[in-house]
Write a protein that binds this ligand. Structure first.
Ligand code: PMP
Length: 754
């Protein structure tokens, strides 16, 4: 049989048969190792166990046809695993020759054989292990091996062994297996399924994969897979085909193939994300792999009658499994596997006009949409949003997605934690404690205990309760056009939303920066006239709804001193300004010297997921606990805390606050350099910019600002407007917005104003 490709000669050539004495002297010469040798089983290599004083080694003498480069790749992969593997799986370690080579050549009778050494790892092959391993756990093992191998490459990783799924068509050339029924099914799979599989695998995720995680190559100890051996079939290929290989062996002797495939896929999906297309092709890949096992092994058994028992070991089982798999209803099979793997079947987006109508009918009235012609968004990535027609918009508005839309680390963290554990904070679990510690580390000393909520509103609501409990007072001082939330209490503290409606008697107002200095004392007096004493002053420290002001230090320090003198607490609402939005100083309140008594957090800290927090001093929290109580079912759950931690990792790891400061300064300078009579003051900090729009008389011009926001959208840039006159352009992008994005926004603004 001549198959043409060089790699197939490996299967044609016999296993070497070196005598122990010659191997011993080769080992002494090339590796400086001596010890007892005993035979180990092998398919292509002559494998020997070396028990030396330096440990146990697997001595592998390859057959003459083996490409030395392929052996080099195996040793290189083991070196990669030794430094990159993150899980608990153990892999053999490659041992170099005395000269530092990965592979040595040894000679007998004028023929040169490649030899290499790997540490021998202890464990019983799963094939013969007394304890069984669940199919789900095997799926997890495959995902772990792939994760450990990810990032590895070698110059010949693109080789295509006969076992490669992309060479299925050549199976026909190897001849029939001799069982009419099996031959019929194999022929059908090759003819009908194979061309389709190859087509469907295009574009699926690929990497260097082990390619033979069968029960002979998985080592078990104490009822767990602890080791992986035999990297001889390794190649770059679709990762789902790697999973199909493992799954195919688990079908042996099983009555319900759908259950097996579901469990293996479910286990894999617990550690890695499977695409719908991958899950869809899995059953066909498993059938194809069973055909490979049957046809290639039968052919090789004919070639090597002396090793036939080892080679043919799986053929009968594979035949029965293939027949059982063919009996399954294909749609039912796919659905069960998809459900187990947590694959989501996406609904196509509706027609925009139809969706607008449906929204009007299904959502409560009053919940308005942005823009005269609302945008029908379908996806987003980084600082870009895409609508149903495929038009892209630069997102210069949404601060909630602090680290960018669809950040892979946030998505992966969320998916991983959802699968692992998600429960409330009344159990002892790591995530929430770690997250609280990390948040407190970023805040000034003294702010050292956290409560977790689901939103900024809930955080502010709780802050009011705490302030009232510890001061014994009820009054709250806010700025003239503040927004602090949507609960009954925080809505009463949000004149931005209720306009001219009279204030509750327990609320008083002060001016934001930019006008007269804060007259908290005066506000306290107005409360006093109503028989109310102040519990707290709440300041949104970038004054986002008051028209965006980066406060001068004396504003914050003066206000804090005045409220404290009147017996109230200083609460910094950092829902907008916090976590680097305003630049390297990290927090809005850090513009001043006063440390707040309470800090509230929301919006960006969860990158779009409902995470809110209240951070305060141990003393204040203790006094609140004496008087009152707080518990939130979802607040601070494991997923929320894990996502919050991922956002911190990215924010700090990518130095987003520093970058925000640079990009924000660049943006503001760029806006100031645009010549236009409608631009008034340009202000802000970090990536929170306000641009005042004024009329010819220099007065605030809200309608002009609205037109600019609309025209910017038409140019593909999303911004908003704010302030008591709604005349301040609000530019507040994700923190991954860079100077190059600022250039896009600046040229759109110049065009719109031109
Ligand atoms: N405080 C401030 C300063 C806010 O801007 C907001 C939301 N716009 C909130 C609190 C309320 O946050 P949430 O909408 O998450 O409840």
């Amino acid at each position: 049989m001549e198959l043409g490709a060089d790699v197939d000669r490996v299967f044609d050539s016999p296993i070497p048969e070196w005598d122990m004495a010659s191997v011993s002297s080769a080992l002494a010469e090339h590796y400086g190792l001596t010890g007892d040798l005993s035979p180990l089983p092998g398919e292509r290599d002559q494998n020997l166990l070396l028990e030396s004083t330096e440990g146990f080694f697997n001595v592998k003498i390859a057959n003459v046809a083996e490409d030395p480069d392929a052996l080099d790749m195996q040793q290189a992969a083991l070196e990669h695993l030794a430094t990159h593997a993150t899980g608990s799986l153990r892999y053999p370690e490659a041992r170099h020759t005395l000269e530092g080579a990965r592979v040595a050549m040894i000679e007998t009778g004028g023929v040169r054989f490649p030899i290499r050494l790997q540490s021998y790892i202890v464990g019983e092959p799963l094939q013969v292990a007394s304890s069984s391993i669940s199919n789900r756990d095997l799926g997890l093992v495959v995902a772990q091996v792939q994760a450990d191998l990810s990032g590895f490459f070698h110059r010949i990783a693109g080789r295509r062994l006969l076992w490669d799924v992309r060479r299925l068509e050549s199976l026909g050339a190897l001849g029939p297996v001799g069982d009419g029924t099996v031959d019929g099914v194999v022929a059908d799979v090759i003819k009908r399924v194979v061309p389709d599989i190859l087509h469907r695998l295009e574009g699926s995720e690929a990497q260097v994969v082990h390619n033979d995680l069968n029960p002979d190559n998985l080592l078990v100890q104490d009822g767990q897979v602890t080791g992986v051996v035999d990297f001889g079939d390794m190649a770059h290929g679709p990762r789902i085909a790697d999973l199909a290989i493992t799954a195919s062996y688990q079908l042996f002797g099983e009555a319900d193939p759908a259950a097996v495939l579901s469990d293996v896929a479910g286990g894999f999906a617990a550690a890695a994300i499977l695409a719908a297309e991958e899950v869809d092709v899995l059953p066909d890949l498993v059938a194809a792999r069973l055909c490979q096992t049957i046809v290639i092994s039968t052919w090789r058994g004919r070639q090597h009658p002396d090793n036939a028992e080892y080679i043919l070991g799986d053929v009968e089982e594979a035949g029965s499994s293939l027949l059982a798999l063919q009996e399954c209803d294909p749609d039912d099979l796919r659905q069960r596997v998809a459900a187990a793997a947590g694959v989501i079947t996406e609904q196509p987006p509706r027609d925009t006009a139809e969706l607008t109508k449906a929204r009007r009918s299904a959502l409560a009235p009053g919940l308005g949409l942005s823009y005269r012609q609302p945008i029908h968004l379908t996806s987003a990535q980084g600082v870009w949003l895409t609508d149903r027609s495929g038009k892209r918009y630069l997102d210069a508005y949404n601060n909630v997605v602090q680290v960018g839309h669809g950040h892979p680390l946030v998505a992966a963290t969320l998916a991983h934690q959802t699968r692992r554990l998600n429960t409330n904070t009344r159990y002892l679990t790591d995530e929430v404690v770690r997250y609280a510690e990390r948040l407190c580390e970023l805040l000034p000393r003294g702010l050292e205990v956290c409560y977790f909520t689901n939103s900024g509103s809930e955080a502010n609501d709780l802050a009011v309760r705490i302030a009232r409990a510890v001061t014994g007072n009820t009054g709250v001082v806010i700025t003239n056009h503040a927004y602090h939330g949507s609960t009954t209490v925080t809505m009463a503290m949000s004149p931005e939303e209720h306009g001219t409606r009279p204030l509750e008697p327990w609320v008083a107002m002060v001016s934001p920066p930019g006008g007269p200095q804060p007259q908290v004392g005066k506000a306290v007096m107005s409360l006093d006239e109503r028989g109310v004493a102040p519990a707290a002053l709440f300041l949104d420290t970038i004054f986002s709804s008051d028209g965006i002001h980066d406060p001068p230090p004396d504003y914050l320090d003066g206000a804090a001193a005045q409220i404290r003198a009147a017996g109230g607490l200083f609460v910094a609402d950092e829902v907008q300004a916090g976590l680097g939005r305003v630049g390297a100083r990290m927090w809005g309140f850090a513009a001043g010297a006063a440390t707040p008594d309470i800090v509230t957090l929301g919006k960006p800290i969860g990158n779009g997921h409902p995470v809110g927090a209240v951070v305060t001093t141990r003393d204040i929290a203790g006094r609140f606990a004496d008087e009152d109580y707080f518990f939130s079912t979802f607040g601070g759950n494991n997923v929320a805390a894990a996502v919050g931690s991922a956002v911190l990792d990215i924010t700090l790891g990518e130095e987003l606050p520093e970058r925000a400061e640079r990009a924000g300064n660049y943006l503001r300078e760029g806006i100031k350099s645009i010549t236009s009579s409608v631009i008034g003051e340009v202000r802000g900090a970090g990536l929170f910019t306000g641009v005042e729009i004024v009329g010819p008389d220099g007065r605030p011009d809200g309608p002009a600002a609205e037109s600019i926001v609309e025209a910017m959208k038409d140019c593909g840039v999303l911004i908003g407007s704010t302030g008591p006159h709604d005349n301040v352009l609000k530019i507040r992008p994700p923190l991954v917005f860079r100077e190059a994005h600022a250039d896009v926004a600046l040229s759109a603004l110049a065009k719109v104003l031109g």
